[in-house]
Write a protein that binds this ligand. Sequence first.
Ligand code: SFD
Ligand code: AMP
Length: 624
Amino acid sequence: MTDFETVVVETDVLILGGGMAACGAAVEAAYWGKKEGLKVTLVDKAAMDRSGAVAMGLSAINQYVGLKDGQNTMKDYVDYVRNDLMGITREDLVANIARHVDSSVHLFEKWGLPIWKDKDGGYVHEGRWQLMINGESYKIIVAEAAKNALGTDNIYERVFITGPLLDGDRCSGAVGFSTRENKFYVFKAKATLASMGGAVGVFKPRSSGEGAGRAWYPPFNSGASAYFTLKAGAEMTCQEVRFIPVRFKDAYGPVGAWFLLFKSRATNSLGENYMETRRPELENWAPYGKVKPVPANLRNWLMMLDVMEGKGPIYMRTEEAIAKLAEAYKDDPKGYKKKMKELENEAWEDFLDMTISQAMLWAATNTQPEEKSSEIAAAEPYFIGSHSGASGAWVSGPKDIAPDEYFWGYDNMTTVKGLFAAGDASGASSHKFSSGSHAEGRIAGKAICKFVKENNTACAYDEGAIEEAKKAALKPLSQYADNQHLSSQADINPAYIQPKMFMMRLQKMMDEYAGGVTAQFTTSKANLEKCLELLGMLKEDSANLGAKDLHDLMRAWENTHRMYQAEAHVRSILFREETRWPGYYFRSDMPKMDDANWKCFVNCTMDPKSEEWTMKKVDVKTVF
Ligand code: SFD
Ligand code: AMP
């Protein structure tokens, strides 16, 4: 495209994404980079104030260890995560985040985030590891600190990163395009941090036309981290470990505060609590079925068994929980009224702070939580390594904790020189959430400066390859413009496929063959092989994506990114010949857990040029 200006930005450190991990990295890299005179640049596809998963705000900080107060130890947190992930976790990475996360939380508070306090001035805990916050403006507060640290001249907003630049075995930057102006960006960097979140929209959502696009995970995160790291040749891990959140049905309101703070039960239509009636099922998943709390996927699974037996709908018993909490005030009518008001406020604020649409649905359906239960359901699968899933890049652990096999020089560096990953982008270190992702970003931000200091050589750039990357990035625009005349209707054309159609095709095959909602999260070898066949054809057609404008161009690339995330996922489920995380996915042909053969990581690599995949098992090492 001749009318697209090429803008070249040269920097030492490049941070991709503007979410929790990127903001943490920005603060730390600005500090360590200043000492070395390094330039640090950040690129976000959106506006940092409201980008990523925390866009709408959050009502809780889900990782706070309380190390200094002696509330918990690093090992306690590692034990919790290992159990929740059915034994498969990188203990060194989890511990590294656990020992740094509290300081991120203290920074948030210093920057202005209101954290709930009890009458003695202590934090109000939602559960053992979670703190309640007034978090509607959480992201704005965290982004402000990052912006102040970097300076706005070093921040590029509304620039969509399409893929990596490589100098032999080293990552040498990234390319992308502006979503507002006809500009193609080339970021030349000595080291790059991938922190562009996880992926939504790979599977068909429960919502259909009336609410298309509604999902639990933010629609902005579409697999850019997975694509970027795969295309750089980085080893990936836990690509099979998707996350299925159970949420208030149809608007995806969070359940954590109800289960943990309000101590609510969820029951089926017969009033039975599946966590009690289905308890014997947990024996089948021992030893993890026997731990406390019951792992998230097994909690899902017990609920799904009820649903599959036709015992749904499943209800969060909000009215019962509120009545129980107010019971102690029964003999004092004034106190009772005050307590009920307080509980009602807390219930609504939980949603208003992080999932406004759920509060709207309550209003629209005349739901008063103190009077009426609300339905909950398992959502479609997402890729979010920072929550209770685990997918992401395989990164180096910290020197003082990591076993030799897990350490190769710099914290959070992927297997590609100069390419780092944090937050949803780094794998096998679940349960970092917003605070832990910020802490991990800070860890990576410091390490990336160390890398540049010790490898402070300019990378080589193949200008021909950059021109090719520009052509490829913008191709959907010409594919549309050159062929639009071939049909009278813009969305049907023999020469191009529109991003929306492409996405629906991807979502349908993943839903039906790779264990989405329609298949009740169940799949098998035969289904996965069929899915790979269809994905292969979809990949062929991705060369003919058509985009009518810059917005559509972004949509086209989002779906290309999703497609690679999908392939990594399908290949990994196929490779792992067992069912380890029922409630996330179930292999009907391999319905049992097989600790003897599969208590290991499944890692994969894609050759960036030939796009051939290599799958392997990697040992799970116990550190604690
Ligand atoms: O309870 C490109 N999470 C919660 N964490 C908590 O601590 N408490 C909660 O209450 C949480 N809840 C919750 C959470 C997530 C979601 C979606 C909901 C509710 C509805 C989890 C955290 O939010 C999550 O762990 C972190 O945000 C992860 O951080 P990070 O940095 O890995 O991802 P990000 O913040 O989403 O940021 C991604 C950034 O990348 C940008 N981006 N930039 C350039 N080019 C591209 N191609 C790009 N693609 C993406 C994005 O714009 C963004 O800046 S609860 O319900 O669980
Ligand atoms: P959620 O709102 O489901 O994202 O949950 C927020 C936090 O509470 C996460 O750390 C969850 O793992 C945890 N959580 C949610 N429900 C339960 C439960 N029933 N038992 C234990 N922990 C839970």
